[in-house]
Design a protein around this ligand. Structure first.
Ligand code: FES
Ligand code: FE2
Length: 374
């Protein structure tokens, strides 16, 4: 969609029709789910990508379409550090270059066949892909997760999938006023927005919230869990991901993967300080706590959220022209950032398609040269 078209619509409709700015790192899989010699298909905003791990453990990402006839490369095989297409056995390096065709005589020159390759990296137990301009990958670092390597924090990983546009999912996280939904689970109550700041790529929002019951015990907020505890939740949306912290008691990272206009995945990492020694938590007990107890508790919250988000999406899809009433300024700030980031990307793409200077033309020429085959 052109940015000029977006400008004429209400902010609500604009944000629901907004694409991503691909010039950021997006999580595509938990790292442990890709074993050496395996290939899996992933999608980042409708770009289908085959990611594979070679036998030495290194990961690569190639567009999931063989340059020969378009067969999906994730159906192929890993040979050494190369990916082999299942159809005619053409072999590709991690850079996407075709380096072998099994039925060609040794001295026959290979055709110019290049699969697009994507920058990929493994960090925090997650595989991250940069779906935009590879030249910009170094300028956009991954989110920082200092708790990941700190012993005092206990990590709970929570995967999520939502049949909803990524803006709906992101608004759910910024929207602390929906504690009403989780009342049966003894979530939080009496929210107050204390402060709000917005930049080109961030929204910082501080909310005061009160807890009583299950969550107070679980997060060590109160000794008995019977009294009311009032705390500040600091939410930082750093496009395109989230970090939310509760006064150093818990820390939640929500890494978002927009797959398509109505499908979003989330890689969530919740860090808690549990009143148990870390050596005990590293063993079987830790696994049991993560999968058997904490995971189940937080999945209950997540399921309630998913139901709301998908309900919101269904009504939007059925009638995109309908107006709704938003009253939380933090949500409006978030919508502005999401739209602004998309428009920024569209403007950058316009510039690279119509280079204003000779310098830019030269750069485009170099890119073509780079992608040429031997
Ligand atoms: S389609 Fe991939 S080798 Fe022919
Ligand atoms: Fe929720």
């Amino acid at each position: 969609m052109e940015s000029a078209v977006l400008k004429g619509q209400s902010i609500y409709r604009r944000v629901r029709e907004t694409g991503i700015n691909p010039n950021y790192w997006y999580p595509v899989s938990w790292a442990a789910q890709l074993k050496p010699g395996e290939i899996i298909p992933v999608s980042v905003w409708q770009q289908n990508i085959a990611i594979y791990r070679d036998h030495a453990g290194q990961v690569f990402a190639l567009e999931d379409a063989c340059p020969h006839k378009g067969v999906e490369l994730h159906k192929g095989e890993v040979h050494g550090s190369h990916l082999t297409c299942p159809y005619h056995g053409w072999e590709f390096k991690g850079s996407g270059e075709c380096v072998h065709i099994p039925y060609f005589p040794r001295d026959q020159k290979l055709p110019c066949a290049q699969a697009r390759s994507y920058p990929i990296q493994e960090k925090y137990g997650i595989l991250w892909v940069f779906p935009g301009d590879p030249a910009l990958a170094d300028q956009h670092p991954l989110p920082q997760i200092p708790e990941y390597d700190a012993k005092e924090w206990f990590m709970v990983r929570i995967p999520g999938e939502f049949q909803a546009h990524f803006s709906i999912c992101n608004e759910n996280t910024m929207d602390v006023f929906h504690g009403f939904l989780h009342k049966e689970l003894q979530g939080w109550f009496d929210p107050i927005l204390l402060g709000l700041k917005q930049t080109e790529a961030d929204v910082y929002a501080d909310y005061q919230v009160s807890y009583q019951g299950v969550l107070t015990k679980l997060m060590g907020l109160g000794k008995t869990g019977n009294g009311v505890t009032t705390r500040t939740v600091s939410i930082h949306y750093q496009y395109p991901h989230y970090h939310s912290s509760l006064e150093g008691v818990s820390s939640l990272y929500l890494m978002r993967l927009p797959i398509g206009p109505t499908l979003t995945r989330s890689f969530s990492m919740l860090f808690l300080k549990l009143p148990l020694p870390s050596w005990l938590l590293q063993g079987k007990l830790g696994k049991l706590l993560e999968k058997g107890v904490l995971h189940q508790i937080f999945l209950k919250f997540l399921h309630q959220d998913v139901e709301m988000m998908e309900s919101e999406q269904r009504n939007y899809t059925a009638n995109p022209q309908r107006n709704y009433v938003e009253v939380n300024p933090a949500i409006i700030a978030l919508q502005r950032v999401i739209i602004g980031q998309y428009e920024k990307f569209m403007q950058q793409s316009d510039r690279s398609l119509n280079p204003p200077t000779a310098v830019a033309s030269d750069r485009n020429f170099e890119l073509v040269q780079d992608s040429k085959c031997r």
